[in-house]
Design a protein around this ligand. Structure first.
Ligand SMILES: [Cu+2]
Length: 317
């Protein structure tokens, strides 16, 4: 039993060498660098009409990298919920009210729709909109950053298909295009992004842009100088859209108003490349824009964006 030789000894030597190799690696000097997820990065995947994302994320600067694998345009509004409210309450008390109002708008009954919107619960007015991925065409990826405090949040898409909001699902026991997540007290440790283009947006002056939209990758800062309730009850934001000679600018402007029957209804009249949804006054959000030579516009999802200087066309050479 005490005697070990031949193949057994060779095996024992090999095991010892392996242990020493592992120990050497653990020392760190020769270890291969492991690709790390940058702090604050949250992957969001859209398949059909579903968001897939983590249930829990750290607080602080947060970048949602959103990949649209579906065949439709979508977006994701980040909403911090009032204490005690979440996805369930949104689906039971808010989504059906908006859908019923939309149904009446489609029937031409504006007074009826307004009466229905008056039935929104008191707590709906206490939701804080905190950016999130802007309108995103099929196959596109966008990165959108905002600062998030701990709390309960939802990510909501209110694009419409056949007159039905994506965030509303008429099927019993099924939720619409909405995800709930918790932002924990643990800090993400991420730094605020450094912009190469800055857009100040205000209800008084529209969009004021600094920085050159050259070909290549840009980090776009959106400074919300103020915020306002526009005719569609929502605030202003900034989306990036690629224009072609066939793009009908009036149709594009009209499409950015969810309260019209054809507004925010799939398919979109142009190719959307992301952006940021609205933030309260004084806030700054960021999004990445990868620009190739061509025609583009920054546009807010508000009624009459062109008359509010919230549609700014530009050319990338
Ligand atoms: Cu959607």
């Amino acid at each position: 039993m005490a005697h070990m030789g031949g193949p057994m000894k060779q095996a024992a030597t090999a095991v010892l060498a392996f242990i020493l190799l592992i120990a050497g690696c653990a020392g760190g000097e020769q270890a291969e660098p492991v690709p790390e997820i940058p702090p604050g990065l949250v992957e969001v995947t859209i398949e059909a009409m579903d968001f897939t994302m983590p249930d829990e994320i750290p607080s602080g600067w947060t970048t949602f990298r959103t990949t649209n694998n579906s065949a439709m345009v979508h977006m994701g509004v980040v909403e911090r919920m009032p204490e005690g409210y979440g996805l369930r309450e949104q689906q039971d008390q808010v989504a059906p009210v908006f859908q019923e109002g939309m149904n009446l708008i489609i029937q031409g009954d504006m007074d009826g729709a307004m009466a229905i919107f008056g039935e929104l619960p008191e707590w709906f007015g206490r939701i804080v909109f905190l950016g999130g991925p802007g309108l995103l065409a099929p196959g596109q990826v966008t990165e959108t950053s905002a600062y998030l405090e701990p709390g309960t949040y939802i990510l909501e898409c209110y694009v419409k298909t056949d007159g039905v909001f994506h965030s509303y699902n008429p099927a019993p026991e099924m939720d619409g295009m909405i995800a709930q997540f918790t932002v924990t007290a643990e800090p993400s440790g991420a730094q605020e992004p450094t912009p190469s283009i800055e857009i100040a947006i205000s209800n008084e002056t529209g969009m004021e842009i600094t920085g050159e939209p050259t070909a290549g990758e840009h980090q776009v800062a959106v400074h919300f100088t103020d915020q306002a309730v526009h005719e569609h009850f929502l605030g202003h934001d900034v989306h990036l859209v690629r224009l072609t000679p066939e793009t009908d600018q009036d149709a594009l402007v009209a499409w950015m108003n969810w309260s019209l029957p054809a507004g925010l209804q799939t398919p979109a009249p142009a190719v959307f490349l992301g952006g940021t949804n609205e933030l309260p006054a004084g806030g700054t959000a960021y999004f990445k824009a990868t620009l190739e030579p061509g025609e583009y516009a920054w546009i807010a999802e508000v009624p009459s964006a062109d008359q509010k200087a919230m549609l700014q066309r530009f050319t990338v050479k």
